[in-house]
Design a protein around this ligand. Structure first.
Ligand SMILES: C[S@@+](CC[C@H](N)C(=O)[O-])C[C@H]1O[C@@H](n2cnc3c(N)ncnc32)[C@H](O)[C@@H]1O
Length: 266
């Protein structure tokens, strides 16, 4: 990847980019990513036309803000002191009281500074992650302007994966990176709205099969799980290894097998 993504995001598949790029379909018309988060693959591949969705409206607002006015996001970021005091003040702010650029700058800063890059909220939907031990490099004005140019041709969906996938059509490439159901059930990772249980996973698998049957190329990355691999029988299976970065303690960030499944021969 050329530079860190705009959002620092636990669960980002940055380490899988070489494998995912290698396994991409040779040809596709549009790139569709219904669980975008930091959208590391999108930013690595820079596809011409894309649809990016996430259930977390704040994430999508970051991309909307940059698409609309990258300079004002850069201005808002520059105004934030890189201190713990500023972190906790911003964290306590109600994002709905801010304009779009300020909201985007707030989330970009909180994610670059929070513990382990985890987005977690309380039941009221308020971000409640403590500050980590440093503030990772914030995107520069130049990076925001380049992103602004790239994202002009991206359709942004703030909503459930079904809404994004309903827009896909034959010839598209859909890359799905859903939350891990086992981890998310216990951690409240991705916020309350982003919980992902057995029923969502089973619906996602049915939808993935249905998309593939309509001539849409589908790629899915997930923690290795036999039942999951069996549920997509007939798809190509690629075992890869990634360090999971969602564990709360560094010593638990072990190499765990991940799997990439493709509905097409790759
Ligand atoms: C594993 S992360 C994706 C990481 C992404 N590949 C990246 O590069 O950062 C999963 C994402 O799915 C989102 N999410 C959770 N439940 C969802 C749902 N039902 N529909 C759409 N997005 C959802 C979360 O907000 C989170 O951003």
């Amino acid at each position: 990847m050329k530079k860190p993504t705009i959002l620092r995001w636990a669960g980002s598949k940055a380490r899988l980019i070489p494998d995912l790029s290698r396994l991409a379909p040779k040809k596709y018309s549009r790139y569709v990513e219904p669980f975008a988060g930091s959208a590391c693959l999108y930013f690595a591949l820079e596809p011409q036309i894309a649809i990016l969705g996430d259930i977390n409206a704040q994430v999508i607002d970051v991309y909307r803000a940059i698409r609309s006015d990258p300079n004002s996001v850069a201005d808002a970021l520059e105004e934030i002191p890189k201190t713990a005091d500023a972190y906790y003040k911003l964290r306590a702010q109600d994002p709905s009281s801010l304009n779009l650029s300020q909201r985007a700058a707030r989330l970009i800063f909180l994610m670059k500074a929070c513990f382990n890059g985890v987005y977690r909220t309380n039941l009221r939907g308020e971000f409640n992650v403590p500050m980590g031990d440093r503030v990772y490099a914030l995107p520069t004005r130049k990076h925001l302007i380049e992103t602004h140019q790239l994202i002009q041709n991206a359709h942004l969906v703030s909503g459930d994966f079904r809404e994004t996938l309903a827009l896909s059509r034959p010839g598209d490439w859909v890359y799905m990176d859903p939350p891990y159901r086992k981890i998310d059930r216990y951690r409240g990772e991705y916020g309350y709205a982003g919980r992902f249980g057995e029923s969502e996973m089973s619906l996602l698998i049915d939808t993935a099969r249905e998309l593939a049957s309509r001539g849409i190329s589908v790629t899915m990355s997930y923690a290795y799980d036999e039942a999951f691999v069996r549920s997509l029988s007939g798809w190509s299976v690629h075992l890869v290894s990634a360090t999971r970065s969602v564990a709360s303690k560094a010593e638990f960030r072990l190499k765990v097998p991940e799997v990439i499944l493709t509905s097409y021969l790759s």
